[in-house]
Design a protein around this ligand. Structure first.
Ligand code: ADP
Ligand code: VHF
Length: 369
């Protein structure tokens, strides 16, 4: 876990650190984070910054408006984003670059690959990528929704060794310490299961944070399955960063999987969204192997939703058991047509000619969730 071994890290900074009073941006807490970034780079560690705070930073420009109104929030984000980037940029004597992403970008394989290339190209040229969600264009369907999950997706895309989530609290406690005086800090988490999720509450009501601990655990789960060391640390104190640089754990460390998922399987599982569902009989045991069992139309009971060739679909059993997520080589329309064929020989010949229903190159086994 010692810091000098990291080739690349992603640092996620929450809104409370950027705009503690919602009166624009403050560099008060950002100075020690910037110092950490500078020292990482001096040690030869590449850094990608995922920064929240555009909504919080822009809030003061809309004094008369209802802050929960979506259109107002988007306007706050648009206005606050420039101030947030300018505040970071002032703290560095090297160039930074703004990357505004949505889930619609990350779940599209082509755009995802393009995002990866841009990150690598910026890093190769010693430019600091500063990523945020593109709040002004998102809708419920298109957004990641919180920067904890976004930072895990970015860490996977960037092939980072570590993800450091800077929060307003020392790490993950066994219960919300703002509500329970006897809450205890977990120094290390080996396995993220339901008992870990049960410890997490949401963000403080009326505060500037979005996801609370739940989204940080979701992020950690995504990252560790890609072999990424993940930390939740207190970003208010400089000591956290000094400890990280000394190879010590200042908060909660989520231990990465010893056998990380392959990059494209990880993307399919944790970043891509299923556009539709195919309900099948029995267990369909998928694997990333062209000799593996193929899904055939005779096993399909139902096709749900509308999807096109190349979209990700979820293959599940009638009882709801999720089997695999995969790229579909058929549209929902064509799959419905072939699955409803009474002439099995025709269906079989059609599939032989058209090729496998789901791609054996883009598939993630869901371990019968
Ligand atoms: N088990 C827990 N351990 C630590 N914090 C928790 C827990 N459950 C809920 N929280 C809340 O999560 C908050 C941190 O998340 P959030 O407000 O979204 O901040 P950020 O801006 O850093 O993302 C904490 O301040 C705390 O109120
Ligand atoms: N994209 C939003 C960030 C949303 C978010 O996840 O905030 P936080 O919980 O403070 O990390 C913004 O810039 O305000």
């Amino acid at each position: 876990m010692s810091h000098p071994n990291w080739k690349r890290v992603v640092i996620k900074v929450g809104s409370a650190l950027i705009s503690p009073n919602q009166q624009g941006c403050s560099s008060h807490y950002l100075l020690s984070i910037a110092q950490f970034i500078v020292r990482c780079r001096a040690n030869g560690t590449q850094v990608v910054l995922v920064s929240s705070g555009s909504v919080a930073a822009g809030a003061h420009l809309f004094p008369e408006q209802e802050k929960s109104d979506i259109a107002v929030k988007k306007a706050m984000a648009a206005a606050g984003q420039t101030e947030m980037i300018a505040t970071w940029d002032r703290l560095f004597d090297f160039p930074s670059a703004q990357m505004l992403l949505t889930h619609a970008d990350l779940r599209d394989r082509e755009r995802y690959v393009s995002i990866r290339e841009t990150i690598f190209s910026l890093l190769d040229n010693n430019i600091l990528p500063i990523v945020n969600e593109n709040d002004t264009v998102t809708t419920d369907k298109l957004k990641v929704g919180d920067n904890d999950n976004l930072s895990a997706m970015v860490a996977s895309a960037a092939e980072a060794d570590a993800l450091i989530i800077c929060s307003d609290i020392d790490g993950l406690y066994d219960k919300n310490p703002h509500e329970h005086d006897d809450a205890k800090l977990l120094k290390s988490v080996n396995t993220i299961d339901q008992s870990i999720y049960d410890m997490a509450g949401g963000a403080v009501k009326g505060g500037v944070g979005t996801g609370g601990m739940r989204t940080k655990i979701e992020a950690a789960e995504k990252a560790v399955s890609h072999g990424i060391d993940t930390y939740i640390i207190n970003g208010f104190t400089e000591l956290s960063f000094n400890m990280l640089l000394a190879g010590e754990n200042p908060g909660t460390h989520f231990v990465p999987h010893a056998k990380p998922m392959q990059e494209n399987v990880h993307w399919m599982r944790h970043t891509s969204n299923a556009q539709g569902e195919v309900i099948v009989e029995g267990d369909f045991d998928a694997s990333l192997d062209s000799d593996a069992e193929q899904l055939t139309s005779s096993e399909i009971i139902d096709v749900k939703g509308e999807f096109s060739v190349g979209d990700t679909i979820l293959v599940r059993k009638e009882d709801g058991t999720k089997l695999v997520k995969a790229k579909s080589n058929y549209s929902s329309c064509l799959l419905n047509f072939i699955a409803n064929q009474e002439n099995e020989e025709f269906a079989h010949e059609f599939e032989e000619k058209t090729g496998p229903i789901i791609s054996d190159q883009h598939i993630a086994n869901l371990e019968k969730e």
